[in-house]
Write a protein that binds this ligand. Structure first.
Ligand code: SF4
Length: 700
C-alpha cells in the first residue's frame, strides 16, 4: 500500500459539520483522506465530499499568478475567460488595486465600496478583511453568503432570544428523545450530522418528526412526516403551537421563569387550528396534533432546520414560529434541547463571528454602539464609521443605482449565488471596478478587473468555526501553488498600500507573521473568544465558544440559565402566502438546493472527481407531472420562469410532490438562479430560493 510522505490533521473545507480529517500526502498530492476515530465532531465519519472531494486543490486550473483584465475600463464590462486577462506581478496588481479603491473612496466616498468576505476562508482571513474595510476604507459595507442562507435564522433568533448560534453540540444528537428536522435534506447537506441523528432513531429509539415537502431520505427514519406545500411552514408550526396551548401541554414553570409575552401569544394563535393549517398546507390535522403532542411531551427535544426554512420571504417568521415552540415547551437550555440552524459553509459561523456582517464587529458587537466603537477605535487607532453598512442584496441595489461603484470579493461567487442572475449580471456590468481574490477563475472572477490568487485550506494555517460553534484548526499540508498567497497576507499588503495612498499617518495595524497573532488580536477584542488560543486548540482539538477565560471549558450547549436578551420573547405571527405562486403560464413551484456530491456554486466539487459521479444539472419531477408533460426519465427538459430559462435532465421521482420541481444550484451551465426571483424577507433581506413559479416543457 502507498505510504504517505506525511499526514496532516485538518478540517474539511466543505460543510458546517467541520469534520476532522487526516490528509495523507505523497509527492505534494492528497492521495487519501482519513477520519480520526478519536476526534470530535465526526469521530471517524466522513461523507463523500470529505473523503473524495479534496483533489480540487491540485487541479491544473488553480490561479497561480495575479491577473489584470486586458480591456481595463471597458463599459459595460463583459464576462471573459482566462484569455481576457494578462499575468502581472504582485506589486503591479496590488498597486493598481489600491489605486482603484482609493480613487473610488476619494471620488465617491467610503460607502461607494461594497465588499464580500468569505464563509470558506478562515476566521483570521475574515477578521483582517473586515478590519481593512472598516478601519482603512471607512465603510461597514461588508457581508457574506450567510445573508443568502441563514440570515432569517439569525434575524428570528436574535429577536426571540438574542443569539443566533446553534444551541447544541453535535455530540448531543445521539442522545435525543424527540427531534424535528425541517427544511433540511440533512443526509445530503450535512451528511455526518444525519448519521448521528439516524443513530438516535435506530439505536436510541428517538422519535423523528420531519416537516418537509420533499421525500428526502430522513423521512425513511421518521415517526411522523408532515408534507406541507412549499411556503406554508408557518401555518404548520402555528397550528402545532395552537395544539400545545389548547391542550395545556406547555411548560408552565419555564414560561413563568424564562419568557415574556405568553398571554398575548396564546390568545393570538387560538384561531390557527390544525384544521385551518390543513386547508393552507395540505398536512392532515391529525398529523399536526400528533406532532405537537409528541414534541411537547418529550423529556428532551430539539429542532434542526436548514435553508428550506430560512431561504424564504417568510424566513424570519418561520424561525420565530419554531422558537415559539421551544419557548412553549421549555425544550431549550438543557443538554439535547434547543434550536439549531444547521450552517451551510465550513466557516459561515466563523465568518459571522469574525465581523463579516455590516452591522457588527467581531463577536456581534454593534458598530452603532459608541462604547464598542470606542474600543475598536482605541485598538486600531483609527476613527470608525458609526453607520451600519449594507447587506449583500442591498449592495446589489446600491450598485444598480450607482451608489456603490466598486466591489471587493474574497472567496465568494455571487454570480452563481445571487437570485435572478440576469439582474445580477446587469449590475456587475455597470460597476467601475471589481477586485476578486480566489483560488479559481469562477463566474464572478470573469467580471473582475484584477484577480488575486489565494491559497486553499490545504496550503495555510488558521481556524474555522463549525456549525456548533467549535473553533478548530487547519494546517499547512501542501506548498502554495505558484505565487498564490494566504488571504490574510494579501489583504495586509493591500491595506498597507491603500493607507499609504490615503496618506494615513497611522496604520490600523496589518503587520502579522502568522495567523495565530491575528487570532490573538481578535480574541483580545471579543469577549466570547478570550479563552481560546492556538496552543489550546492544538492541545484540545477544538473549543466551543463562548469561552471567556483560559480555564473555561467552552460551552457545548447554550442558554442554561438565561438568554442573551434576558427572557425569551414569544412572537405573534400572521401566515402570509408566498410572493410568486403558480398560474396558467408558470404552473409549477421551483425549489432549489444541494445534492450530496456537490457544493454550492460548484467551484470546488466540479473540479474534483465527484463531478464524474454527478456531472450535470437535473430536475426532479413527480411521476404524475412527468406523465402529463410527456417527459421520460433522463429526457432533457426546458425550465422557464419570468426571469430566464435553463435546460436540464429530468429525474422522475416521488421525492418531489406533484406540482413542485427541484433543481440543484451547483451547475453554471444550467444555473438554477437564472430562474429564481429576488423577493426578500422584509426583516432579514434574504431572497426566496424555495418558491417561485416556473414552466416545464420537454425538448423535442
Ligand atoms: Fe466535510 Fe461536511 Fe462531509 Fe463532514 S459532513 S466530510 S464536514 S462535507
Amino acid at each position: 500500500m502507498l505510504q504517505p510522505d506525511r499526514t496532516v490533521r485538518s478540517t474539511c473545507p466543505y460543510c458546517g459539520v467541520g469534520c476532522q480529517v487526516d490528509l495523507l500526502i505523497k509527492e505534494d498530492h492528497i492521495f487519501r483522506v482519513e477520519a480520526p476515530f478519536d476526534a470530535a465532531p465526526n469521530y471517524g465519519r466522513l461523507c463523500a465530499k470529505g473523503r473524495f472531494g479534496m483533489d480540487f486543490v491540485t487541479h491544473p486550473n488553480r490561479l497561480t499568478r495575479p491577473l489584470i483584465r486586458k480591456n481595463l475600463g471597458d463599459k459595460p464590462r463583459q464576462a471573459v475567460g482566462i484569455e481576457g486577462f494578462r499575468e502581472a506581478t504582485w506589486d503591479e496588481a496590488l498597486d493598481l488595486a489600491a489605486e482603484k479603491l482609493v480613487d473610488t473612496v476619494q471620488k465617491h466616498g467610503s460607502d461607494a465600496v461594497g465588499s464580500f468576505c468569505s464563509a470558506k476562508a478562515t476566521n483570521e482571513d475574515n477578521y483582517i478583511f473586515q478590519k481593512f474595510i472598516r478601519g482603512v476604507l471607512g465603510t461597514n459595507n461588508v457581508d457574506h453568503c450567510a445573508r443568502l442562507c441563514h440570515a432569517a435564522s439569525v434575524a428570528g433568533l436574535q429577536i426571540a432570544i438574542g443569539s443566533s448560534a446553534m444551541s447544541n453540540s453535535i455530540a448531543e444528537m445521539k442522545d435525543l428523545d424527540v427531534f424535528i428536522v425541517t427544511g433540511s435534506n440533512t443526509s445530503e447537506t450535512h451528511p455526518v450530522i444525519s448519521t448521528f441523528l439516524r443513530q438516535a432513531v435506530v439505536q436510541g429509539g428517538a422519535k423523528l418528526i420531519v416537516v418537509d415537502p420533499r421525500g428526502i431520505e430522513m423521512t425513511e427514519f421518521a415517526t411522523l412526516w408532515l408534507r406541507q406545500k412549499p411556503g406554508t411552514d408557518v401555518a404548520v408550526f402555528q397550528a402545532m403551537a395552537q395544539v400545545i396551548v389548547a391542550e395545556e401541554l406547555y411548560n408552565h414553570d419555564f414560561i413563568a421563569a424564562r419568557t415574556e409575552g405568553f398571554d398575548e401569544f396564546a390568545s393570538s394563535i387560538m384561531a390557527w387550528t390544525p384544521e385551518w393549517a390543513e386547508s393552507v398546507s395540505g398536512v392532515p390535522a391529525n398529523l399536526i396534533r400528533e406532532a405537537a403532542r409528541t414534541y411537547a411531551s418529550a423529556n428532551s427535544a430539539a429542532i434542526y432546520w436548514g435553508m428550506g426554512i430560512s431561504q424564504s420571504v417568510h424566513g424570519t417568521d418561520n424561525t420565530l414560529s419554531l422558537t415559539n415552540l421551544a419557548l412553549l415547551t421549555g425544550h431549550i437550555g438543557r443538554p439535547g434541547t434547543g434550536l439549531n440552524p444547521l450552517r451551510g459553509q465550513n466557516n459561515v459561523q466563523g465568518c459571522s463571528d469574525s465581523g463579516g456582517l455590516p452591522y457588527v464587529f467581531p463577536g456581534y458587537q454593534p458598530v452603532d454602539d459608541p462604547e464598542t466603537r470606542a474600543k475598536f477605535e482605541a485598538n486600531w487607532g483609527v476613527e470608525l464609521n458609526p453607520e451600519a453598512g449594507l447587506t449583500t442584496m442591498e449592495m446589489v441595489d446600491a450598485a444598480e443605482n450607482g451608489a456603490i461603484r466598486a466591489y471587493y470579493v474574497m472567496g465568494e461567487n455571487p454570480m452563481m449565488s445571487e437570485p435572478d442572475l440576469r439582474h445580477a449580471r446587469h449590475v456587475m456590468e455597470q460597476l467601475d471596478f471589481i477586485l476578486v481574490q480566489d483560488i479559481f477563475l469562477n463566474e464572478t472572477g470573469k467580471y473582475a478587473d484584477i484577480i488575486l490568487p489565494a491559497t486553499s485550506f490545504a496550503e495555510k494555517d488558521g481556524t474555522f468555526t463549525n456549525s456548533d460553534r467549535r473553533v478548530q484548526q487547519i494546517h499547512t499540508a501542501l506548498p502554495a501553488p505558484g505565487e498564490s498567497q494566504d488571504d490574510w497576507a494579501i489583504i495586509c499588503e493591500l491595506a498597507r498600500r491603500v493607507e499609504e495612498k490615503l496618506h494615513r499617518s497611522h496604520s490600523a495595524g496589518f503587520k502579522f507573521e502568522h495567523p495565530a497573532e491575528i487570532w490573538d488580536e481578535m480574541a483580545r477584542l471579543t469577549p466570547p473568544f478570550q479563552g481560546i488560543n492556538y496552543e489550546r486548540l492544538a492541545r484540545e482539538g477544538g473549543v466551543h465558544w463562548p469561552c471567556p477565560t483560559p480555564d473555561h471549558p467552552g460551552t457545548p450547549y447554550l442558554f442554561e440559565e438565561s438568554f442573551p436578551r434576558g427572557k425569551g420573547q414569544f412572537s405573534t405571527i400572521q401566515f402570509r402566502p408566498s410572493e410568486e405562486l403558480p398560474d396558467d403560464n408558470y404552473p409549477f413551484i421551483l425549489s432549489t438546493g444541494r445534492v450530496l456530491y456537490h457544493w454550492h456554486g460548484g467551484t470546488m466539487t466540479r473540479r474534483s472527481q465527484l463531478d464524474h459521479i454527478y456531472p450535470e444539472a437535473t430536475v426532479e419531477i413527480n411521476p404524475e407531472d412527468a406523465r402529463q408533460l410527456g417527459v421520460q426519465e433522463h429526457a432533457r427538459v426546458r425550465v422557464r420562469s419570468r426571469r430566464g430559462q435553463i435546460e436540464v435532465k429530468a429525474l422522475v421521482t416521488e421525492r418531489s410532490p406533484q406540482g413542485t420541481i427541484f433543481i440543484p444550484f451547483h451547475f453554471a451551465e444550467a444555473a438554477a438562479n437564472e430562474l429564481t426571483h429576488d423577493a426578500r424577507d422584509p426583516q432579514a433581506k434574504i431572497p426566496d430560493y424555495k418558491v417561485c413559479a416556473v414552466a416545464v416543457e420537454p425538448i423535442i
